[in-house]
Design a protein around this ligand. Structure first.
Ligand SMILES: *Cc1c(COP(=O)(O)O)cnc(C)c1O
Length: 400
């Protein structure tokens, strides 16, 4: 089955009991045990709920793994997966990792005596140099946020196998439609299903898939033990969004390509980051390990004042924390996702005060370009009235 068909028929596409075309929302916390000697498939909904299970099976099939798990958020999935490690373990983590993951690792996990080293994983030799006798895992995010740096998943996995390390990949930006890390040798894939998989800015959810059943059993034990499970209603919403994943991404990716190609020639834009552009350093690698470049791009307008002027002038995109939705979303990494990072550190990573991230939605591409055009009009000549910089280390937003 090809991916589009798998989205609808990879697992049972109707309810086996009633034939309902959509999985029923089993709004139940507990299940009657008819025979104490022979417990049924479900006993208590933290341990298993049929609606959540339908989603868990669907994502496992799409990622090509053995076991799927649905969590209350992307961060719930990520923090639960890190519970596979123990005190004294060391994990190598991509330096451009999602801000919430960075915060969890440096402020929470560090207290549990699990050490992490942040490495620019686009250089596999730097990953190799960071391995110590205590290293147990490598955690990747590719392409990274917001400058879309690409890590060679297969090369990192080959290295990891030599040292018996788990490879975990946050696949939120590309989804299994474009990239399937388990097929490239990874052991666990994670998603913030809040983004492309849910796709409609109406649910917060997380997913994880393990390549094999052994790891699946370990993660199931943690999911049930820690209890950060996704509710039945939200599981249903994620499945509803998932069905149109390919159709949405086909349109949004084409729009992102068009916008990126147009922005790079705009006089008010100093830089465009999109792996679909041939001069992006990760273009070749991305074209090999993934089947698409996705719907997220970033561009630099030169200063915070110009970014603010653009945010004030656009009428179609919403300005928000998040990505991967039916509506186009603009966000401001220096003030949102990376606000907690010291300015100097941000700037070395290209996260300047003028950087804007765009996640293309389903609006007409010409309308979006027209709107961005009027917002960018004369921006290269824009002289700020008031200057105000974000304070270092101040977190303006809590999330993305
Ligand atoms: C949003 C996001 C997360 C966190 O997911 P939540 O659902 O917000 O908890 C993790 N990784 C990436 C790449 C994200 O974009």
């Amino acid at each position: 089955m090809k991916f589009a068909t798998k989205l609808l028929h990879g697992t049972s596409c109707f309810d086996p009991v009633t034939g309902a075309a959509s999985t029923p929302i089993y709004q139940a916390s507990t299940f009657h045990q008819a025979d104490l000697d022979r417990p049924g498939a479900y006993d208590y909904a933290r341990s298993g709920n049929p609606t959540r299970q339908a989603l868990e099976e669907a994502i496992a099939v799409l990622e090509g793994g053995e076991r799927g798990f649905a969590f209350a958020s992307g961060m719930a999935a990520i923090s639960s997966v890190f519970m596979l490690f123990s005190a004294g373990d060391h994990v190598i983590v991509a330096e451009d990792v999602y801000g919430g993951t960075y915060r969890f690792l440096t402020k929470v996990l560090s207290r549990m005596n699990i050490d992490v080293t942040f490495v620019d994983t686009t250089y596999v030799d730097r990953v190799a140099e960071a391995i110590t006798p205590r290293t147990k895992g490598i955690y990747l995010e590719t392409p990274s946020n917001p400058t879309l740096k690409v890590t060679d998943i297969a090369a990192v996995c080959r290295l990891a196998k030599k040292f018996d390390l788990l490879v975990i990949v946050d696949n939120t930006f590309l989804t299994p439609y474009y990239q399937r890390p388990l097929e490239l040798g990874a052991d666990i894939v994670i998603h913030s299903a809040t983004k492309f998989i849910g796709g409609h800015s109406d649910v917060v959810a997380g997913l994880a898939v393990t390549k094999d059943n052994d790891l699946g059993e370990q993660l199931y034990f943690i999911q049930n033990g820690m209890g950060a499970v996704l509710g039945a209603q939200d599981s249903w919403l994620v499945m509803r969004g998932l069905k149109s994943l390919k159709a949405r991404l086909d349109v949004s990716t084409r729009t992102a390509e068009q916008i990126a190609g147009w922005l790079r020639h705009h006089p008010a834009v100093t830089k465009v980051y999109y792996t679909g552009l041939k001069d992006h350093p990760g273009h070749e690698l991305q074209s090999c390990q993934a089947s698409g470049h996705g719907a997220v791009l970033s561009f630099d307008v030169g200063s915070r004042e110009r970014a603010k002027a653009l945010f004030d002038r656009v009428t179609l995109p919403i300005v928000a924390v998040s990505l991967g939705a039916v509506e186009t979303i603009l966000s401001y990494p220096a003030g949102m996702s990376h606000a907690a990072m010291p300015k100097a550190e941000r700037e070395t990573r290209g996260i300047t005060e003028g950087l804007i991230r765009l996640s293309a939605g389903l609006e007409d591409a010409d309308d979006l370009i027209r709107d961005l055009e009027q917002a960018l009009q004369g921006l290269e000549l824009y002289v700020p009235q008031v200057t105000h910089a974000y304070e270092d280390g101040k977190e303006a937003f809590s999330g993305v």
